[in-house]
Design a protein around this ligand. Structure first.
Ligand code: UDP
Length: 385
């Protein structure tokens, strides 16, 4: 697939992403999602363990879209994650409004026991990290009861503390001693994602996945919603009802965000695009500025998006002219972000009003700056990343 693209762990991309699904994510309101099924994600984990190259999985749900709006560090962590799975229905339902549909939701609470089951069959070891005192160990015991041959490398629930006050040295020492193949990190979002991202380049854990409250469910200290409630997409309502004190703020902000996002989507559909005025004042000598300048062409499917990323991965500074493009799909934004990760600088020129509104709402302009004219594009490419 791709050549020498970088993952969170700084590895060549082609060695990080086996070819069963596209490495180009669909970007919904600034958050990337890989288009995978449970089976593909589980196979990715097994392959990753076999290749012994550290990688991270983020299980992103609606709350991630909300948190990512105000947390640039979380956005960076998600862009750098090797695999981002859609942990809930909102991303799955939103996806077709912006581009190709996602194959389905791949929830952290479901994939965790499935991974344990596969790990037991493959001789892969697991480690539970986080949750309240003793809960990680209880969860590992419960999984071992289900699968007696499962290799549990260890479990530990460190004392609750903010990320920067946690005893990272002690956690890393324990992980180094246990050498797990799969690490289930349960510190809640976004702490667990930031924790995994902080250490992926230096530790030897092949796969770390943030699993939120899943260890609580497996240990039996929290009850998951009944299957019927899950089926009608109301698991969140169940969780809200069982822990209103903690979750009310989260779910209210999630609902408010969803309504704002849907309103924006509707507005983008019904309003006319106002194209950017085309700047033809200075005939820009792009090459003289060390810039590759190309008109952006729509990307129809994942293979076109992959070819696009591959084409530009070795470009230093690149300006894509969006004239004539009314809106960018989630896949096109995913491809542009993938290019942006690999080139020295990427700038989009002549974005119309619709692209601008979506980018501003989704906080994408930091990674994909929008220049109104050639002079601004040249200034942006000259700025430090
Ligand atoms: N947790 C933790 N350390 C913290 C905060 C939370 O270990 O500083 C644990 C908490 O006990 C729970 C898990 O993180 O087991 C997930 O928390 P939360 O319910 O917020 O995650 P969600 O699944 O809702 O994303």
């Amino acid at each position: 697939m791709f050549g020498k693209l970088e993952s969170a762990a700084g590895l060549p991309y082609s060695r990080c992403m086996p070819g069963s699904f596209s490495p180009v994510p669909l970007v919904l309101f600034g958050v990337p999602f890989h288009n995978v099924t449970f089976e593909e994600a589980i196979q990715w984990v097994v392959d990753r363990v076999r290749s012994n190259e550290p990688g991270v999985i983020a299980t992103a749900n609606l709350d991630f879209l909300v948190q990512a709006q105000n947390d640039p560090e979380l956005r960076d962590v998600l862009y750098a994650a090797d695999l981002v799975i859609a942990d809930g229905f909102p991303p799955v339902k939103l996806a077709p409004l912006f581009g190709p549909p996602l194959k389905g939701r791949v929830t952290g609470s479901d994939i965790t026991p499935m991974l344990a089951e596969r790990a037991a069959r493959e001789g892969i070891s697991i480690y539970g990290l986080g949750a309240a005192e003793g809960v990680a160990a209880q969860a590992m015991d419960a999984l071992r009861k289900r699968h007696p041959e499962l290799k549990v490398a260890g479990a530990w629930s460190p004392p609750y503390a903010p990320l920067d006050q946690m005893d990272h040295t002690e956690i890393l020492r324990r992980l180094d001693e246990a050498q797990p193949d799969i690490l289930f990190t349960a510190f809640g979002a976004p702490k667990q994602e930031k924790f995994n991202h902080m250490h992926v380049k230096t530790w030897k854990v092949p796969v770390a996945i943030g699993v939120g409250g899943t260890l609580d469910f497996i240990a039996g200290v929290q009850r998951r919603a009944p299957a019927g409630v899950q089926k009608i997409h109301c698991e969140w309502l169940w969780r809200w009802g069982t822990d209103p004190k903690r979750l009310t703020k989260r779910y209210v902000s999630n609902i408010v965000f969803l309504l704002r996002a849907l309103w924006l989507t509707f507005r983008l559909r019904i309003t006319k695009d106002i194209p950017a005025p085309i700047d033809s004042s200075v005939p820009p000598h792009w090459a003289g500025h060390g810039v590759v300048y190309h008109g952006f062409q729509p990307l129809g499917d994942f293979s076109e998006a992959e070819a696009f990323v591959q084409k530009y991965e070795t470009a230093g500074k690149v300006v894509f002219d969006l004239r004539g493009i009314e809106q960018l799909s989630s896949l096109e934004i995913g491809a542009l972000l993938e290019v942006g990760k690999r080139v020295q600088k990427i700038v989009l020129l002549h974005a119309g009003s619709k692209v601008r509104r979506l980018f501003e709402f989704s906080k994408l302009t930091g990674r994909l700056p929008l220049a109104v004219n050639c002079a601004e594009a040249i200034r942006f490419v000259g700025e430090k990343a």
